[in-house]
Design a protein around this ligand. Sequence first.
Ligand code: ZN
Length: 458
Amino acid sequence: MPDAALLWAPQAWTPGGWREHVVLRAGDDGRWREVTPGVATPPPGALVLSGPLLPGLANAHSHAFQRAFAGRAERREGKSDDFWSWRDRMYRVALRISPAQLRDVAAQLYVELLKGGYTEVCEFHYLQHGLDGRPYDDPLEMSWALADAAAETGIGLTILPVLYERAGFAKPLRDDQRRFRTSAEQVWQAAASIADARRPRLGAGLAIHSLRAASAESISALVRKAEGFAGPIHIHVAEQTAEVDDCLAATGARPIGWLARERLLDPRWQLVHATHTVPEEIDAVRQSGAGVVLCPSTEANLGDGLADVPGWLAAGVPLTIGSDSHVGREWREELRWLEYGQRLVRRQRNVAAAPEVGQAASAEHLFGRVLAGSAAASGASSWGLVPGAWADALVVDMHEDALLGVPSSHALDALVFSSPSRSWRDVMVAGRWAVRDGVHPRAAAIADRFAATMHALG
Ligand SMILES: [Zn+2]
């Protein structure tokens, strides 16, 4: 049963932008039944919201265990530091964490993501096996740790078991990658078992770690199994220039170019990072219907480079955002950095705006695009404040500092480009309040467990 089946919002963000005086009705299945703008008087029995209502966003790329590492890799010990030295340090956590510890870290992360305005998270899940590299008695032990954390906190979850079989194009798996080793068959079985569990608000998709970590044969074997599979297929691609160079050397094609050349891409595919591209690759992705998942705070933290945001926007490619390594855990920061990265290199303002198509506001254009991309990235058929989509929503507090004196028509601009701002006043997931008046009811107990786990991980 929804906590509040009937809502009335002074403004709400429906496809196309803000609408006034909106009635929303959630069904027992946790999905919107009705969204009707222009109802000046709240209907009897409706919960009258104190501020504008935004839909929640999907966080399309997460490695939950890396939350244990945020803020712990910001010191340079040698002459230089880059993605690869960061990764070696990240593996030290990956090699130690137990299923119970993963659950505690993920629960803390998921509370933070809810407070950051995400109502769904897609777990790119490669940390699957025991400490010695052998599968657990239940091979999905680490997946259930994530699912339990999501259930405790109330966030929606899509688990993407990852195909991972080698260290590089011609390099066998390293010993410190032993917990990640999977075959196409294992990945397919894992996704099927997660879907068959039929837990509330738990979905399953597929993932391929990267072209360097999975062979062409295994990728095509997984894709053959997935014929007719409706869930999303995620892959890390073109994050690092070294990866592009290695792919060119091994295959004669750039990573996205190779995926297009092999005719693998379709609207289920989600290209994570897609940082280093040429215009022909953007055009190939556009033609395929595949989406792109940008992770600006992590890409900045790791020194990956800047994606061609204007190129992806202009091509109309579905876009989403992910918090990836979790150095940032709210979508406002991700949208801000999508725009600021471009401003800094181009020495221009409002790069993401597109007044020629009626999108003069950078924040609104980015938000609308990421909202539209959230469905495909998480395997949902629709997303947002529309009938049939999950009844997920964020109540904006117009009394918070960043919004004082700002007309509600400009609330999104201020939420993204004026900081600091508080967390959302209320967060609804599938018709239930996960956060109410800024409070998550499990937050204190979860924080205690997280602190103890962090201490144990050292
Ligand atoms: Zn990642």
